[in-house]
Design a protein around this ligand. Sequence first.
Ligand code: ATP
Ligand code: MG
Length: 393
Amino acid sequence: MYKAFVIKYGEIGIKGKNRHTFEDALVSNICHALKTVDGDFKVEKEQGRIYVEALGEYDYRGALSALQKVFGIVTICPAVLTDDNGFDKLADEITAYIDKIYPDKNFTFKVHAKRGRKTYPMTSMEINAALGEKILERFPELKVDVHDPDVMIYVEIRDKKISFYSESYKGPGGMPVGTNGRAMLLLSGGIDSPVAGYMISKRGVRIDAVYFHAPPYTSERARQKVIDLASIVAKYSGPIRLHIVNFTDIQLAIYEKCPHDELTIIMRRYMMRIAEHFANEDGDLGLITGESIGQVASQTMNSLLVTNEVCTLPVYRPLIGFDKQEIIERSIAIGAYDTSILPYEDCCTIFVAKHPVTKPRLQPIIHSEEKLSSVIDDLFNKAIEGTETIEVR
Ligand code: ATP
Ligand code: MG
């Protein structure tokens, strides 16, 4: 029955030129998302709405689920699309629709008409009143409630067509990806970083990613897991350019030359440096991590300060104030959790000390890093040259 979707989006703060950028990006991202769905679709913007029309048979569930992942969409309304064959014909179609969607007629309703085409012979108010009357004639057990109706029946008179609808689904909100620059996500195989990427992407930011692995200490399966997580984030963010960095030699050098209780913090600093290198190459305006204050030794305020010191770009940590349980809930909601908890080793866990420093100080850490000075430039360049870059869709 539904051959179309009416897409509503937030309008606060998108005035003037911004509005066009916002709408054009949204239309383009909707088209992109629907490419993975069976069926052909036409996507058009018209008077503060976006209309998705299915051209022929299509996968309704698939389309709805794809639309629910497009940032910038606030509400998705499956709609009936019809031609203008006069008001009586329209009223017949709408009553037939109500009969079908609501077999139980024990509810209150209100008609809300919107007349985009000003040449339509009735005003919006006249449509509301006349349609309400027709509906009551056909279903006398219904009641009108103009203040707090159970069911709102929307009718939109458009240039060529008329759409009507009463059901709606929540979209993810946020801003269309591509309207706010791009940033580099440090993506591990854990629970946190995919959620962090999702959250920044939700604000309209395009995502690149970098993953550090340590073969042969970490396995091919661990690598595949990160690619799988990137593809889950990509369902929302669009394609992700993923840099896979071989971090083994740097980790071995740190292990060999630096105090073991400082391994993690020094390693994190090198990760940030390499991430920033690729961020600059990709035109990213910031780094993103899944850190949250106090979650582990490397995420105390002191550790964050020492890690942050190597970065020139801003580091966005959208989970900074979240408890683990809150992060897990979000991970489940975006569909990443089952993949995140697969038990494959991460490069950080392999060389971790029993008692890492929880309150590192900057000067001693810089001093320890000096012990790497004879080898680190070479290893740094080798890691960058050996990096494999793939596009994850
Ligand atoms: P996550 O669940 O995201 O792995 P975590 O609780 O394991 O987080 P850490 O291992 O301290 O925390 O990592 C903190 C952040 O550093 C991660 O959220 C991620 O952004 C980044 N990070 C950690 N390990 C890697 C890695 N191997 N490759 C890329 N980024 C990493
Ligand atoms: Mg981790």
